[in-house]
Design a protein around this ligand. Structure first.
Ligand code: UD1
Ligand code: UDP
Length: 380
């Protein structure tokens, strides 16, 4: 089969790697980079660290408001899909690149596969929630990272073409952690921190960076914590900190975003992780590092329920309490599969390659709350 894989943002490069290796054993993969992330530290470093094949197409879209960014991705992707005429398109996660890939494939009647389907925060203020809802509605095959994601889809009437395969980000940790750990002594020495003697923080969610009070709350929490904090800063967050004139103290090391191997090393040796990232919450769980999530809700409620993740929002007091008292020690059940998700995905695509619209049908059996004699809304 000819498969077009669409990537554009940092977590998508990481998720793409294990899948790409598994697919390329038996299929022809065409990798399309939308250009959503473009700084070397947000893009190039991941292709190097992960040995990811160079993109066959780079759409060069760059940053912009959601409508323009997504629209330009669609216009350029449409040309690629017309030319390549793939048997299917793979999108992953919940970024604007995911949305553009899903919409463009569906409009051209190309079967669509969504990896990391069924994640829900139930917060439509998040752009990611909108992107996921659309991608899941349009996908012909859904690969879920947890059982709960399968349930979310079922509640929305999506029950066919849905598979719990586990998390390809766990595959990536399994594949790259040994190589990453070799970097630990030099990296930790360069940063002047000891294994287990620092916190690792990341912040990039629009809901946190675009709201000065929330970002100020997070940084006030960090300032109050008397322990070294290593903080690789997303460009969006660096801009917001400068824009709002926020301050940090010297025990908070604001560094450039790091590559995947350095990030795994920093995560594995941190005493605790503070983050609003989906991927970093998951990696904290895989590695058994306590995680404070700087949000009011998470797609990964299972990790909270088993006691390894705590929602602390952006209030400095709650962040401090989490830092002081959160000491998970219980078991970590294999919520995210066994680190062989990509092989399952490749096998499922071999056994039952998707057809466009295959699972899309009238759902007579669903009992939807239809109002029989609904009245027209009165004209004012
Ligand atoms: C995007 C995704 C988010 C994902 C995150 C991963 C959407 C709506 N959001 O958020 O789901 O968690 O990627 O990191 O797709 N910028 C640079 N250089 C870059 C990239 C971005 O300076 O290489 C700056 C630009 O000012 C840009 C801003 O960061 O406007 C935001 O970038 P964007 O890709 O729109 O969203 P992210 O916050 O990165
Ligand atoms: N990551 C990285 N360097 C960084 C920050 C994050 O390599 O400086 C990795 C992290 O280990 C995880 C992924 O990027 O694998 C998560 O991406 P991000 O937090 O940008 O997005 P999200 O997962 O929230 O969509």
């Amino acid at each position: 089969m000819k498969i077009v894989s669409v990537v554009g943002a940092r977590p998508e490069f990481i998720q793409a790697a294990p899948v790409s290796f598994a697919l390329r054993r038996e299929h022809h993969e065409v990798l399309v980079h939308t250009g959503q992330h473009y700084d070397d530290t947000m893009s190039r470093v991941f292709f190097e660290d992960l040995d990811l094949p160079a993109p066959d197409y780079h759409l060069g879209v760059g940053s912009g408001p959601h409508g323009r960014q997504t629209g330009e991705m669609m216009a350029r992707l449409e040309e690629v899909l017309w030319k390549e005429r793939p048997d299917l398109v793979i999108v992953r996660g919940d970024t604007n690149s995911t949305l553009a890939g899903a919409l463009t494939a569906a409009k051209l009647h190309i079967p669509l596969v969504h990896i990391e389907a069924g994640e829900r925060s139930f917060n439509k203020f998040m752009p990611e929630e909108i992107n996921r809802l659309v991608a899941d509605r349009l996908a012909d095959l859904h690969f879920c990272i947890t059982r709960r994601a399968v349930q979310h889809l079922a509640r929305e009437g999506i029950t066919e073409g849905v598979f719990f395969v586990g998390d390809v980000m766990l595959d990536a940790v399994r594949l790259y952690l040994p190589r990453a750990l070799e970097r630990a002594p030099a990296l930790l020495e360069r940063l002047g921190v000891e294994p287990g003697g620092y916190l690792l923080a990341t912040v990039h969610r629009a809901g946190n960076t675009d709201d000065p009070r929330r970002l100020a709350g997070i940084l006030a929490g960090f300032r109050a914590i008397p322990e070294p904090i290593v903080f690789p800063v997303h460009p969006r967050t660096r801009q917001a900190i400068a824009r709002y004139g926020l301050q940090v103290t010297p025990h908070i090391q604001m560094i450039e975003p790091v590559g995947y191997l350095d990030m795994l090393t920093l995560e594995a040796h941190a005493r605790m992780i503070l983050t609003d990232s989906g991927g970093v919450q998951r990696e904290a769980y895989f590695l058994g590092i306590p995680c404070l999530t700087l949000r009011e809700e998470t797609e990964l409620m299972e990790t909270v329920e088993v006691g390894w993740n705590r929602l602390v929002g952006t209030d400095p007091q709650r962040i401090m309490e989490g830092w002081r008292f959160f000491r998970p020690a219980g078991p970590r059940p294999p919520l995210f599969g066994d680190g062989h998700a990509a092989e399952r995905i490749a096998a499922l695509l071999r056994q039952s390659p998707p057809r466009f619209g295959q699972h899309y049908q009238r759902r007579e059996t669903l009992s939807l709350p239809v109002r029989e004699n609904a009245e027209l809304i009165p004209l004012s």
